[in-house]
Design a protein around this ligand. Structure first.
Ligand code: UTP
Length: 289
């Protein structure tokens, strides 16, 4: 029997150095797309995919995240007194269900693999999802939901993938593919940030994963990889051959919000999707083009 994916890990302990000084006191994951923090989009995506337990791997200077998903009685009371229903609804959507949200700390940002490893006692022996909030996906069906649907068909481990220009392979985890039906690719290897000339394909992993708990057995070794960081990709690669491992070309567009231009593009694309903003934003953009 295939175990359902009920838990999601949100690694949010990184330093966000590319967005300094904005990220000195504010977590990168709390930067907004228009009016909602990146991390809240990620949580809503997880909820839409049927996730019941939310595990945040935080670090120093990330307390704003806990406050964001908490109940702010004083704010609620003030909004109620002002009868501001719209703001009350916006705030209500940030409030986590009691007992469904867990925080653990990664004391040092030793890499994504290490951040995920910090969540192991909270995941236990079941499959789980990982969402990196700085990858924002705009799609009709939420990206993680598409992955969960694929998981019900093929089981095992699934990563969401996009085709990138060959010169960009050095920025991403890249797949080595055995078979490909155009949507699901059977993975035979993974390489972290290969040079364009060494990349086995141009299919790159984005920040959405469904993994089996056996990955923790490999993460336990704390082996350093590319950039001297404990890479998640290296431990995932060790599952290949032992368990099914697929890359899913999802329907939708990914924005790399860890990058300044990607973040600005996501803001504009998101604003253009909002009926109450689209017209004004288009007019504003026309004045610059
Ligand atoms: P990034 O490498 O994009 O984030 O990691 P970063 O290191 O914070 O950003 P820059 O490069 O310095 O600007 C992707 C995700 O993994 C988390 C980050 O918080 C981000 O959500 N992460 C990364 C951790 O939780 N711990 C780490 O040690 C590294």
């Amino acid at each position: 029997m295939m175990k359902p994916v009920r838990k999601a890990v949100f690694p949010v302990a990184g330093l966000g150095t590319r967005f300094l000084p904005a990220t000195k006191a504010i977590p990168k994951e709390m930067l907004p797309l228009v009016d909602k923090p990146l991390l809240q989009y990620a949580v809503e995506e997880a909820r839409a995919a049927g996730i019941e337990e939310f595990v945040f791997v935080t670090g120093r200077g990330k307390r704003a995240i806990e406050d964001h998903f908490d109940t702010d009685t004083e704010l609620n009371r003030t909004l109620e007194a002002r009868q501001n229903a719209e703001a009350m609804e916006a705030v209500r959507l940030t409030e986590a269900n009691p007992g469904q949200v867990f925080y653990t700390r990664q004391q040092l940002p030793l890499g994504l693999g290490h951040a995920v490893w910090c969540a192991r006692p909270l995941i236990g022996n079941e499959p789980f999802a990982i969402i990196l909030p700085d990858d924002y996906v705009m799609s009709t069906v939420p990206c993680l939901q598409q992955m969960v649907e694929a998981y019900h068909r093929v089981g095992g481990n699934i990563v969401a993938v996009v085709d990138v220009p060959r010169e960009d392979t050095k920025r991403y985890g890249i797949l080595d593919i055995a078979e490909d039906d155009g949507t699901l690719a059977v993975i035979k290897g993974l390489v972290e940030k290969p040079k364009p000339e060494d990349a086995p394909s141009t299919l790159s992993i984005i920040g959405r994963y469904i993994l089996q708990p056996e990955v923790f057995g490999f993460l336990d070794h704390h082996e350093r990889g590319a950039g001297n960081e404990i890479q998640l990709t290296d431990s995932m690669a060790k599952l290949i051959g032992q368990q099914p491992f697929h890359g899913l070309r999802f329907e939708g567009k990914r924005f790399d919000c860890g990058d300044k231009v990607g973040f600005l593009e996501a803001n504009i694309a998101h604003a253009l999707q909002r009926p109450e903003l689209a017209g004004k934003v288009r007019e504003m953009l026309d004045r610059y083009c």
